[in-house]
Design a protein around this ligand. Structure first.
Ligand SMILES: Nc1ncnc2c1ncn2[C@@H]1O[C@H](COP(=O)(O)OP(=O)(O)O)[C@@H](O)[C@H]1O
Ligand SMILES: [Mg+2]
Length: 223
């Protein structure tokens, strides 16, 4: 048996999309910047950790998209340690209540929600990131590396999503162009390859985001 059957996608455009990935550092923020710019939507990262070491993804999105501040919502939980939300919150003595989270009003539709790490990152002792995705009720875009290792990580992530009946709009590959991997993932993962983000020689800048955003189909055309 291959993967279980994928859940059906909504027939009309939902309120937004949840951007998850096969790992941390895989390109979720870069992808979120491209999609927020392309769709002129609203970005929200509910759980931000690691602020002791970096400014976090929300200012990065502001910088990379160049969009006015009203396109960006602040994180609900902002934690210092570069650890999972569950571990960072214990260090800070903060109580997280992810089971209380609902979708915020987005001044500009769609809402682009970025996770933290991958699907199985613990938010609390009894809730994982994938549980939050199911609770928020948004379909998912899965960001994956394009090259070696992607088949295993991407298929594992898809299997977990399908098992929880979370619909997946598609996957976005990041890195050197490896079309054979994308074709294999489409076939075995029963999932659409939405886009490929190439690896430029240097860190992506605002102009790169605008250029790639121009290649993304309109939000409403995807449903
Ligand atoms: N295609 C790419 N080309 C060059 N640098 C990239 C590319 N994708 C990601 N990066 C860099 O890798 C780092 C991690 O990417 P990011 O989008 O922040 O990942 P995540 O949000 O999944 O942790 C960032 O510094 C980003 O600029
Ligand atoms: Mg990120």
């Amino acid at each position: 048996m291959l993967l279980q059957p994928p859940p059906a996608l909504p027939r009309t455009a939902p309120r937004g999309i949840f951007i998850t990935g096969t790992d941390t550092g895989i390109g979720k923020t870069l992808t979120s910047a491209i999609l927020t710019k392309a769709w002129q939507g609203t970005y929200w990262k509910p759980f931000q950790t690691g602020l002791a070491e970096e400014a976090g993804d929300t200012p990065t999105i502001q910088h990379l998209t160049g969009l006015p501040a009203e396109h960006i919502l602040p994180p609900t939980y902002a934690l210092q340690a570069p650890l999972s939300p569950a571990a960072a919150s214990v260090l800070e003595g903060v109580t997280l209540e992810p089971e209380q989270l609902t979708l915020p009003e987005a001044p500009h539709s769609p809402l682009i929600v970025e996770g933290a790490g991958g699907l199985m990152v613990p938010l609390t002792d009894d809730m994982l990131m994938i549980d939050l995705i199911a609770q928020l009720g948004l379909p998912v875009i899965l960001v994956t590396r394009s090259g070696l290792g992607t088949l295993n990580h991407t298929l594992l992530s898809l299997e977990a999503l399908y098992q929880r009946r979370i619909p997946v709009l598609g996957f976005i590959t990041n890195g050197p162009k490896m079309p054979e991997n994308s074709r294999t993932l489409e076939r075995l993962g029963q999932c659409r390859a939405l886009h490929h983000i190439p690896a430029p020689p240097s860190a992506p800048e605002t102009k790169d985001i605008s250029r790639i955003a121009a290649q993304i189909p309109p939000w409403k055309s995807l449903w």
